[in-house]
Write a protein that binds this ligand. Structure first.
Ligand code: PXG
Length: 290
C-alpha cells in the first residue's frame, strides 16, 4: 500500500502529494519544518516540536491556518493512516503559492502544510559502539541576526554546505563554529561535553534541540550532574572526558575524536551511555500517545 501523505487537510497517496512550482518554500526556502519521531505509539515531545514550529512561523509571519492542537491531531492522523507506531515524521510548512518575486505578500493563499511519516534512516550501529570521528568545518553557522539558528526554516543551505565539507573530509558529522569562533553545533545535531561531573553545551549559535532539552533535564534530575549552557571553545571539547551529539535522528551518539584529537579514553564514555539508556526509556513515555 502506498504511503499516505498529509497535504493541506487531506491524506493523499504519495503520487498525488504535489505542490505548485510557484510555492515559496521551493522558490525561496520560505517556510519552516520539524523532524519528529514516534516510538511505540508515542510521539516524543510532540507539543514541544509544535511550539518550536509555531515560533519559527511567528517570526517568519507565516499563518499555518491551524491551531497547535489541530496540528498535533494532523500528525497523529498521518501516523495512524499509515499504521506506523515507530516512525520519522517530517512536518513542512511553506508560505504557499506566490509569484516569481520574493515578496511574501504575493503569497495570497494559505500556507502549504505537508506531513510525511516514514521509516527513519539511522546512523549505523557501529557508530554507537565505537563512537564518531568528526572535524570542524570552515562554514560558520549563520549569524543570529542574519538567519537565526533558532529558526528551523526551509533554508538549510548553511547546514548543507557544512555537510558537504564533512562529506569531503570523510566524516559523518561536523562541528560548526559561531561567528565569534565558539563551538555552535553540528550540521543536524547539538553537541555536549562532560568534564568533572559537569555537562556543558553551547549557549549560542545553535538550534535549541528537543533532544538537547530532554538530555539536559535527565542529566540534572536523574544523574544530578551540574548542567551548564556556556560559550565553549574547541580547546575545551578536545580536552573533555566525553563528548556526544544529540538529535531526533541520532538520539545520543558518542564522539571519540575531533580534528585528530582523541577525546578522553577514545571510547564512548559512561555518562554518555547512561544518558542514552535514560533517553531511550523516556522517549516511550514523554509525548503524545496515540
Ligand atoms: N541542530 C540542527 C541544526 C538541527 O537541524 C538539531 C540540532 C537537533 O534538534 P532536535 O530537536 O532534533 O533534537 C537539529 C535537528 C535530518 C534531520 O533529516 C535533521 C534534524 C532532525 C531530524 C532529521 O537530517 N535536525
Amino acid at each position: 500500500m502506498s504511503l499516505k501523505i498529509y497535504l493541506n487537510g487531506k491524506l493523499v497517496a504519495r503520487e498525488d502529494a504535489k505542490v505548485s512550482v510557484y510555492d515559496h518554500g521551493l522558490l525561496y526556502g520560505d517556510g519552516a519544518f520539524e523532524g519528529i519521531r514516534a516510538y511505540g505509539s508515542v510521539v516524543f515531545r510532540l507539543a514541544q516540536h509544535i511550539d518550536r514550529l509555531y515560533e519559527t512561523c511567528h517570526t517568519l509571519l507565516i499563518n499555518t491556518g491551524l491551531t497547535k492542537q489541530e496540528m498535533i491531531e494532523a500528525v497523529v492522523a498521518t501516523l495512524k493512516a499509515n499504521n506506523l507506531t515507530d516512525a520519522y515524521v517530517r512536518l513542512v510548512v511553506t508560505r504557499g503559492d506566490g509569484d516569481l518575486g520574493l515578496d511574501p505578500r504575493k503569497c495570497r493563499g494559505s500556507a502549504n502544510i505537508i506531513i510525511i511519516a516514514d521509516n527513519i534512516t539511522l546512523y549505523p550501529e557501529e557508530f554507537y559502539k565505537a563512537g564518531l570521528t568528526i572535524v570542524t568545518v570552515p562554514t560558520v553557522r549563520n549569524h543570529p541576526e542574519a538567519i537565526n539558528p533558532q529558526l528551523k526554516s526551509l533554508n538549510y543551505l548553511n547546514n548543507v554546505l557544512a555537510k558537504i565539507e564533512a562529506n569531503n573530509a570523510g566524516v559523518p558529522e561536523a562541528i560548526m563554529l559561531d561567528g565569534s569562533g565558539y563551538v555552535a553545533e553540528c550540521t543536524g545535531d547539538n553537541i555536549f561535553m562532560v568534564k568533572g561531573g559537569m555537562l556543558k553545551t553551547p549557549v549560542q549559535g545553535r538550534l535549541r534541540g528537543i533532544t538537547r532539552d530532554a538530555v539536559m533535564e535527565l542529566a540534572a534530575d536523574v544523574l544530578k550532574l551540574d548542567v551548564q549552557e556556556a560559550l565553549i571553545t574547541r580547546h575545551e571539547f578536545y580536552n573533555a572526558e566525553e563528548v556526544f551529539l544529540t538529535g531526533t535522528a541520532a538520539e545520543l551518539i558518542p564522539v571519540v575524536k575531533i580534528d585528530g584529537r582523541v577525546i578522553g579514553s577514545g571510547k564512548p564514555g559512561p555518562v554518555t551511555l547512561r544518558l542514552l539508556g535514560l533517553f531511550q526509556q523516556a522517549v516511550r513515555k514523554d509525548g503524545v500517545k496515540f
